[in-house]
Ligand binder design. Structure first.
Ligand code: TYD
Ligand code: ZN
Length: 439
């Protein structure tokens, strides 16, 4: 079968990337899809897009949920359109993390903080003025150049043992290593974990943020499945990976970013004899959800198939009434959602996104045009499909006037629904009308 053959651009991986087991079972298959961040220039529209299989499997040995195929990382990450600074709430989140980590782990002597997958330097920038020198490692040429231009020292390369050695010899060991939303992008997890272990000071800390499989399953966040996301983590496979490199989880926090993530504090196993009680709590929460059971993943598949059948129906019903509908945000996950559900220019008018690097381009697969946010106001759509659903609170807050004037957002997951103005707004209306009656 063509889908199973390896090519130079896409390899089939036959073993689990954490435990090496061959025993893996299928979870879901999203079919051949274009890479989710491969936005097209107008000139590319005449050519067919490369598509690669998008199949999720689960390791029966260690529980790691992972993609069966690996698209060549140079194709995915050497030029990148995702800028952390383009999403205000993420920028705030990273800045807060950097500052609290510096307070907690920065110590009083000068030291070094390294970020793997540092993007445009949004996190490291917040360490200015601390006692920590900073270094970002970022494979995207355009983004590394941008970060360096902003004064954030960034090496334009993929992270690994050789890079860790170079950092140590030139700048010394790291007191803090950050890896936010990057572990899932790394095929060779043992190379990366070994490199961090080599890089850290003996009492250093590795702070990891990864989307949590538990939330993906519970909230049917199937659109976070795309070629960049090779792994979908729960705690046990991470603990197993760390153990192989002499490290362990000291503390874990559940945080709301990206639809529900884990923030994991990792130290040398020689140090962390005591684990915070929250680690056991997250582990038992994962068991309660049933992340160790095949039936949980079957339910997940049924739920995502439900979105695939009901969302196009909802859009078609609105379209048949002459409604204008746009996509709000052009996140990578939006492209999985659109392509899996068969939503293209017949069902939406365009997408809008705050990222300048995406504006004027066309979404992979659906070929919907990405316009700047100002287009939202001038087009006055009746409905906006909330593709950036992870920022629902901020977006609804910002677009209060749109909703007040009758515009409506559609939340695509866990099942598609039109978001009606919340209880607070209703309360105001009721109050105003009852006051009116009393007078
Ligand atoms: P995000 O959900 O962070 O990531 P991913 O690409 O991994 O799915 O991307 C959010 C996108 O939405 C990003 O391109 C910026 C954009 N955006 C808006 O257009 N408006 C907004 O108000 C916010 C918060 C983000
Ligand atoms: Zn495994």
């Amino acid at each position: 079968m063509a889908a199973s053959r390896s090519t130079s651009a896409c390899k089939v991986r036959r073993t689990c990337r954490v435990c090496g087991s061959l025993r893996r079972e299928p979870v879901v298959n999203l079919g051949r899809s274009p890479p989710a961040n491969a936005f097209l220039k107008p000139a590319d529209l005449a050519r067919p897009e490369p598509r690669y299989p998008l199949e999720v499997v689960r390791c029966l040995e260690c529980g790691l949920v992972q993609l069966r195929h690996v698209v060549d990382r140079s194709l995915l990450f050497r030029h990148y359109v995702y800028f952390s600074s383009a999403s205000g709430p993420m920028a705030d989140h990273f800045a807060q993390l950097a500052r609290s980590a510096a307070d907690e782990y920065g110590g009083s002597r000068p030291g070094l903080a390294v970020e793997i997958g540092s993007n445009d330097g949004t996190l490291l920038r917040a360490l200015r003025g601390s006692n920590l020198d900073v270094l970002g490692i970022e494979p995207a040429r355009n983004i590394a150049r941008y970060a360096n231009d902003q004064g954030i020292r960034t090496w334009n390369t993929f992270f690994g043992r050789e890079v860790a050695r170079r950092i140590r010899s030139r700048m010394g060991p790291a007191r803090i290593v950050f890896s936010n939303n990057v572990l899932a992008h790394i095929d060779d997890l043992h190379e990366a974990a070994g490199a961090v272990a080599d890089l850290l000071e003996p009492e250093g800390v590795w702070i990891i943020e990864v989307p949590h499989l538990a939330q993906m399953i519970e909230r049917v966040e199937f659109d976070t499945i795309y070629h960049e996301h090779l792994s979908y983590f729960s705690l046990p496979p991470i603990e197993r990976l760390l153990k192989a490199h002499g490290m362990s989880v000291e503390q874990v926090e559940e945080i709301p970013v990206h639809g529900g993530s884990l923030r994991i504090f990792v130290r040398s196993a020689a140090l962390s004899s005591r684990q915070a009680p929250n680690v056991a709590k997250v582990r038992s929460e994962e068991r309660r959800i049933g992340l160790h059971r095949a039936s949980t993943f079957r339910r997940f598949r049924v739920a995502m198939e439900g979105v695939r059948s009901s969302l196009p129906r909802l859009l078609d019903r609105l379209r048949s009434k002459g409604k204008k509908i746009v996509g709000y945000g052009a996140p990578a996950k939006g492209n999985t959602l659109l392509n899996y559900c068969g939503i293209d220019r017949r069902r939406l008018d365009f997408l809008l996104d705050t990222t300048p690097a995406k504006q004027g381009l066309f979404a992979p697969g659906s070929r919907l045009e990405v316009r700047p946010p100002a287009a939202f106001r001038s087009a006055r759509p009746d409905y906006a499909l909330l593709l950036a659903w992870n920022f629902e609170t901020e977006i609804l807050e910002r677009e209060r006037d749109y909703v007040a004037q009758g515009g409506r957002f559609i939340r695509p997951i866990p099942f598609p629904e039109v978001i009606e103005p919340g209880p607070a707004a209703r309360f105001e209306v009721v109050e105003a009308s009852s006051r009116g009656r009393a007078r």
